[in-house]
Design a protein around this ligand. Structure first.
Ligand code: NDP
Length: 316
């Protein structure tokens, strides 16, 4: 294989990493330091979910916090320093049916002996213009990231699933009151989460409520909510609001190429391995439980080490 690999070297990468959030860039750093010369398909909106976060206070090593985009820029520079190459195009198509694997991005097809998928997940939003305008200004999708900023305030959580109640419980550490807004008359969350949340004196649930508008000029001050049964609207004061109506894994292009679970997340077979030998996975695209920058980064490291081991094995 050595001779052929030598001839094809300029065309066939050892490793392509799809995604440039903490998982992808940590994988790139480790792979670059292992001399795998990884190619990172970073996406048009590179950097992942931290690019739409303001201050990150829970990434170890930054005692004073760090701005999300600044952290991602530092990760890019660190990976590039060791030889990772990043292109800012979206991956639009993959072919994992045979080797070398093919990843199409922009107008080009890129080939590789191995691939790490780190395309992340996107928070679902209600889609209101006022929500978009006030995102990062009192409107958030991550209590673990932003909850601390709402110390001493009344906050709202939109959604009634496990994630919403988990966010609500977490927020009780900081907020004086947490109002959960559920669109139907029944919470979707598991019984245990419901019991826990409903037992907390700081948490109140309003049923049959939909949000019509996020209020506030420069910063969120409250919500205009509508009762689905009576049709009446009212204003709910809120210094912060967390939208927790679910996440969507970014796996559209992998359908039919790799095993996805019922919710569309990539299902690993063992740690970072997938059902296709040579294809690895890291970060939120496979993890709906922890969803933290630091856990994603940890998985990126694991995926790079696993890819390195795979590439150095006799692949038959
Ligand atoms: P879910 O899909 O379970 O719940 C989404 C919630 O948002 C539902 O209450 C849903 O309402 C509501 N919703 C959806 N769209 C809208 C909308 N447009 N407007 C208002 N409300 C809306 O997602 P989660 O993120 O909560 O959980 C995802 C998965 O992760 C689940 O399997 C969950 O069990 C798991 N998880 C587990 C945790 C744990 O074990 N501790 C913690 C977090 C997540 P409706 O019911 O009416 O559709």
């Amino acid at each position: 294989m050595g001779g052929q690999a030598g001839i094809m070297k300029s065309e066939i990468h050892k490793l392509i990493i799809i995604g440039s959030g903490p998982a992808g860039l940590t994988a790139a750093l480790y792979a670059a330091r292992a001399n795998l010369n990884p190619l990172v398909i970073g996406g048009l909106t590179f950097g992942g979910q931290l690019m739409i976060t303001t201050e990150v206070e829970n990434f170890p090593g930054f005692p004073k916090g760090v701005q999300g985009p600044e952290l991602m820029q530092a990760m890019i520079e660190q990976a590039e320093r060791f030889g990772a190459k990043i292109i800012y195009d979206d991956a639009t198509k993959v072919d994992f049916s045979h080797k070398p694997f093919k990843v199409s991005a922009g107008h080009e097809d890129h080939m590789a002996e191995s691939v790490i998928i780190a395309t992340g997940a996107s928070s679902l939003w209600l889609g209101l213009p006022s929500e978009e305008r006030l995102r990062g200004k009192g409107v958030s999708s991550c209590a673990t990231c932003d909850g601390f900023f709402f110390k001493g305030k009344e906050v709202a959580v939109i959604g009634g699933g496990d994630a919403a109640l988990e966010e609500a419980l977490y927020l009780t550490k900081f907020a004086t009151k947490v109002t959960v807004l559920n669109r139907s008359d029944k919470l979707r969350a598991s019984k245990i989460m419901q019991d826990r949340a409903l037992a907390n004196p700081k948490i109140g649930v309003l049923y049959n409520k939909t949000v019509e508008e996020f209020l506030g000029a420069d910063y969120l001050t409250g919500l205009r909510i509508k009762d689905a049964v009576s049709g009446q609207t009212e204003e709910l004061p809120a210094g912060g609001t967390f939208v927790a109506i679910g996440h969507k894994p970014n796996t559209e292009i992998f359908k039919g190429q790799i095993t996805l679970d019922a919710k569309g997340y990539i299902e690993p077979t063992d740690q970072t391995k997938t059902n296709v030998a040579g294809i690895f996975v890291a970060g939120d695209v496979r993890d709906y439980r922890y969803r933290q920058a630091v856990t994603a980064a940890g998985m990126g490291c694991m995926a790079a080490l696993d890819a390195e081991k795979y590439l150095h094995m006799d692949q038959g």
